[in-house]
Each structure stands twice: as structure tokens, then as C-alpha cells.
Write a protein that binds this ligand. Structure first.
Ligand code: ADP
Ligand code: MG
Length: 542
């Protein structure tokens, strides 16, 4: 603005000068005075406006710089606050980290305490527990061979109930028969609507014991069709139906237990354990290796024998063990074994219920000699485990007596090998042959042979449990291949769970009573003086 004004004044002055030039001659003196006056006036005006303009500009500038300064100050303050907050956060994160460490440490201690408590609890409950599962009435219960509709109706009538979760009630009155009204007590009784999940939830604690160094055996006892295979493996939709880990909700104890074992093992350092599987069938008092292969690699059910080692343990020389790394691989093997169980010519028997299926998981844990008995487990467990130590590394990576067809051995650091010790524990899962054969009469030929073998093995099992119950010095494990094979998982301080399976229909009353009687006798087994809670002997009639 000022420049414009100045320029204009100059122009005007120039114009005035030129006008002045023209009129010079005429009015020289008067014009000069006039002109000077005008110029002076004009310049004064312009200076004034210039001055006010500069003042305004200054004011503006001051105002703006104030605003900016204020903004800068606010921003700096904000950054300072953020910095402080960051420091507080860092301190908090550090504190949290520390407390997490403390909690982890405490958790480890609690875990060890819990484990010790768990084992004492299991011991209090006794090393043998009996659970009883009553399956639902099924369409085929009504079907079998009775022409009279009234007969059929009464035959399919329900006579076995779960009165509560520890009591089975058998109630039946038939014309011409004495009426029955009996209760049986067990550690746990499942009614028809209880799921595979629920059943397994009670089994899972035993697996904790397994990893603490106890051998464990879980066996299903009951007549054909009572739900043994369903409980142990899962529903068999077709003859060759493969079990898959994906159909989780219906899977039975065997796959679930394996999954749980792998879950528990995953908490241990990698490479400090491995799991081997063997699958055998005991048929007509002979042991068949369902994982054995012939020289061409074809699967071939080879006959094996069971022996007692110098250490007094039962062992099956040349038995095939396969290493598995997860539950899926395990189920794959089981399916392979089961397929053979149905198809192999030397194992001709109409129904899988005529043989005992024994699936064994051997868990080998490597324990460092330095830690052994101090930090590895709680004192109790390490004491137990030290009894089980089987050999020193690396001269014998595995039991020489077993033909291990497994993959290359687990990744063990061989330098430290001399200090390493192997601890083996065994989980045996058994689907017993149908117990209906006990006391059966009027059969001939192959069926009679089968029947008498099943009879003998199941009564040998009862004898063994009886001998243990009476704490007899001699337990007749060797009276049958079945008991000999299971010796280490039912004797000593091993934990045995008998899962009695019961068909609820009246048609099966005799067999059900027989099974319940077997379970009741097994339950009275007491071992390790004072360790087992003294349950009152269940009264026969209530
Ligand atoms: P077992 O092995 O004792 O001979 P299964 O396990 O083969 O008996 O069972 C016989 C039938 O009953 C099968 O069709 C099975 O699916 C069914 N079953 C057994 N237990 C149950 C149960 N708890 N719920 C539903 N179905 C069952
Ligand atoms: Mg079966």
C-alpha cells in the first residue's frame, strides 16, 4: 500500500513539474509556492497513513507470534506428558514381568504340590477302582429271536439303573422267578445318557499318575454288546470303520487317553521322552502281534509269547513297538491293527468279542542323572521313578528284547548320555472278550474251545485280583497269557481301572449280575497297607 502511495505521489509530482514547466514562463513565482505547499501536504498525508499501516502490521505480527508460541508450548507440554506416561508404562510393564515370573514360579511349585496330592488321593482311593457304565436300551435289544411279542417286550425291559452316580440298582420281578432288588456300589456309575466326555473326565487323572511313573491299566469288562468297544474306542459304524481323531465327540477312552498323554508330555522338554505303541490280541490263550510285519513288510499277525524277566517283569520278546508322535499317528496304527484283527486267517473268529485286545503305550522318559530325584518331579515321584530306572545310556537305547521298528531314535544329546537314565512307564488299554461265555453251556467245536479259553482267562483275571485282595504271597499271574501280559499294570503299585459295561435289558440279567459281581469282588482289592480307604463292603440287598 505504502509503495503504491509513494509511487502515486511521485507521479503526481512529476506531472506537476511538467505542468509547471509549461506554465513556468507565465506564473513562475506563484506556481512554485503553490506546488511546494501541495507536495508538502501530500507527503505528510502519505507518511501518516504509512505510519498507521506499519503499526497495524506490527500488532498483527505480535498477535500471531503469540498464538504460535502458545501452540508450541502446548505441544511441548503434550510431549512431556507422553514421555512421563511412557515411563510409567515401562515401570508397570517391568513390574508385570516380575510378577509374572513370580506367578510362574509359584505355579510350578503348586503344580508339584498338586501332583503329590493327586497321587496320595489316588492312593487313598486304592490302586484298583471300578466304574460301571450302563448303556442305553438300543433297538437291537428288542429284536433277537423271540417270537412272542409279550416275551419280546419283557425281555427288552430295563432292569439295570444308575440309582445315583455311585450306585447300580438291579430291579426285576418276573413271573415264576424270585424277584431281584439289589444295589451295587462302585467308585463311579454312569447312566445311559452320560457322554464319552464325562466318562473320560474320570479317567484322565490316572494319566497324570502315569506321567508320575505309575503303570496304568484301563480295562472294559462286560458281555458282548454291553458297550466295551464303544467305551474304549468309540462307536463302530461299519465293520472296518476307521477311528479318526477328528470325530472327537464320540471317541472312546483309548484315543482320548493317547491325546491326553501327548498333551501332558508336551509340557516336558522336547526330546526328553518318546512313546511306543504295541497292539496285541489274546485269542485262545495265545498272543498275536497285530503290528508285526513279515519280511516283505506286509502286516502279519505273528504269534508271540510272554515271559517274566529276571527283574520279575512281564515281557513279550520280539513284540513290535512303533514310535508315535501324536494321537493321529496312534489311531492310524490302531486302525491298522484292528483291520488285521478281523481279516487275518490265523485269527479266524466270527466276532471280535471272542478275543482280548490289549493296546500298550510305553512312555520312555529321559531323566538326567544330576536332576534325578531332585528337581525333576517331587520327591515322592522321583523315589518311585528311581525304582523303575531300566538302563543307562547310550549302550542300550531301547530294551534289547523288543524289535523296535520305530524311526530314528529321539533327539537325545549323546554327549550327556552317560548321565541320562531311561524311565519306562506303561499304559495298557484293554477291550476284554465278552464275559457272557462264563458259565455258558451246550456249545461244541471251535466255539467251545473259544468259550473255555475266554472262561479261563477271565476267571484267571478274577483269581489274580482275588489273590491281590487277600495279599497272598503268590499271585497266579501266569495262569493265563492275559494276566501274565497285564501283570505289571495290575500288580505292584500300578493303577487299575475296571470299566464294567452293562446292558440294561432284562434279557441280559444273568450276565449283568455276573459282571456286577466281578466288579464288586475286584473293588475289594486292597494293596499297600493303610493306603486305601476302607469302603464298607456293599450289602447284597438293600
Ligand atoms: P461290546 O464291545 O461290549 O460287544 P459294543 O461297544 O460293540 O459292545 O456296543 C454294542 C452296540 O451298542 C454298538 O452299536 C454301540 O454303538 C452301542 N452302544 C454301546 N454303548 C453305548 C452308549 N453308551 N451309547 C450309545 N450307544 C452305545
Ligand atoms: Mg466289542
Amino acid at each position: 500500500q505504502y509503495q503504491g502511495l509513494a509511487r502515486r505521489s511521485t507521479n503526481e509530482v512529476l506531472q506537476l513539474y511538467s505542468a509547471h514547466g509549461q506554465q513556468q514562463k507565465l506564473q513562475r513565482s506563484s506556481v512554485v509556492t503553490q506546488l511546494h505547499g501541495q507536495i508538502k501536504k501530500r507527503l505528510k498525508q502519505d507518511l501518516k497513513s504509512l505510519h498507521s499501516f506499519a503499526l497495524e502490521l506490527l500488532k498483527d505480527f505480535q498477535h500471531q507470534s503469540k498464538t504460535y508460541l502458545y501452540q508450541i508450548l502446548t505441544a511441548v507440554q503434550g510431549i512431556q506428558l507422553q514421555n512421563e506416561a511412557m515411563q510409567i508404562f515401562q515401570i508397570k510393564a517391568f513390574d508385570l514381568e516380575q510378577s509374572l515370573e513370580e506367578v510362574t514360579e509359584r505355579y510350578e511349585k503348586e503344580k508339584q504340590k498338586r501332583r503329590a496330592l493327586h497321587n496320595s488321593l489316588v492312593e487313598l482311593r486304592g490302586n484298583i477302582r471300578v466304574h460301571c457304565r450302563i448303556r442305553p436300551l438300543l433297538p437291537f435289544d428288542a429284536a433277537a429271536g423271540h417270537s412272542l411279542s409279550q416275551d419280546r417286550q419283557s425281555f427288552s425291559e430295563k432292569v439295570a439303573y444308575a440309582a445315583d452316580d455311585e450306585t447300580v440298582l438291579v430291579k426285576c420281578s418276573r413271573p415264576g422267578h424270585a424277584s431281584i432288588n439289589k444295589t451295587f456300589q462302585f467308585e463311579r456309575v454312569y447312566n445311559a445318557s452320560e457322554s464319552q466326555d464325562t466318562v473320560f473326565a474320570d479317567v484322565a487323572p490316572l494319566l497324570t499318575s502315569l506321567l508320575d511313573g505309575y503303570n496304568v491299566c484301563i480295562m472294559a469288562y462286560g458281555q458282548t454288546g454291553s458297550g466295551k468297544t464303544y467305551t474304549m474306542l468309540g462307536p463302530q459304524l461299519e465293520e472296518n470303520f476307521p477311528y479318526a481323531i477328528e470325530d472327537e465327540s464320540e471317541l472312546g477312552i483309548i484315543p482320548r487317553a493317547t491325546q491326553e498323554v501327548f498333551r501332558l508330555l508336551s509340557e516336558k522338554p522336547l526330546g526328553s521322552y518318546w512313546v511306543e505303541v504295541s497292539i496285541v490280541e489274546v485269542y485262545n490263550n495265545e498272543i498275536f502281534d497285530l503290528l508285526a510285519k513279515d519280511s516283505c513288510g506286509k502286516v502279519f499277525g505273528i504269534k508271540r509269547d510272554v515271559v517274566t524277566t529276571r527283574e520279575g517283569k512281564s515281557d513279550v520278546p520280539l513284540l513290535t513297538y512303533e514310535t508315535v508322535e501324536n494321537a493321529s499317528e496312534f489311531l492310524h496304527l490302531v486302525n491298522r491293527g484292528l483291520q488285521l484283527r478281523v481279516s487275518h486267517p490265523t485269527l479266524v473268529h466270527a466276532h471280535s468279542s471272542r478275543s482280548h485286545l490289549v493296546v500298550t503305550l510305553t512312555i520312555t522318559t529321559i531323566v538326567s542323572g544330576d536332576n534325578f530325584g531332585t528337581s525333576w518331579e517331587d520327591e515322592q515321584a522321583s523315589h518311585r521313578l528311581s525304582k523303575e530306572v531300566s538302563c543307562i545310556f547310550p549302550q542300550k537305547m531301547r530294551d534289547n528284547s523288543s524289535t523296535s521298528s520305530s524311526r530314528a531314535s529321539s533327539p537325545v544329546q549323546l554327549e550327556a548320555a552317560e548321565k541320562m537314565k531311561q524311565v519306562k512307564t506303561r499304559l495298557q488299554l484293554v477291550d476284554l472278550a465278552g464275559s457272557e461265555c462264563v458259565g455258558m453251556s451246550g456249545v461244541t467245536g471251535a466255539a467251545l474251545r473259544e468259550t473255555s479259553f475266554i472262561n479261563r482267562s477271565l476267571s484267571a483275571l478274577a483269581d489274580v485280583l482275588g489273590a491281590i485282595a487277600e495279599q497272598r504271597a503268590h499271585v497266579p499271574y501266569r495262569n493265563s497269557k492275559l494276566t501274565h501280559l497285564l501283570q505289571d499294570s495290575i500288580g505292584g503299585d500300578a493303577k487299575l481301572l475296571v470299566m464294567l459295561c452293562i446292558s440294561p435289558g432284562q434279557k441280559y440279567l444273568t450276565e449283568s449280575m455276573q459282571s456286577l459281581g466281578f466288579g464288586t469282588r475286584a473293588r475289594q482289592v486292597q494293596r499297600g497297607q493303610g493306603k486305601k480307604k476302607n469302603f464298607p463292603v456293599p450289602s447284597k440287598t438293600k
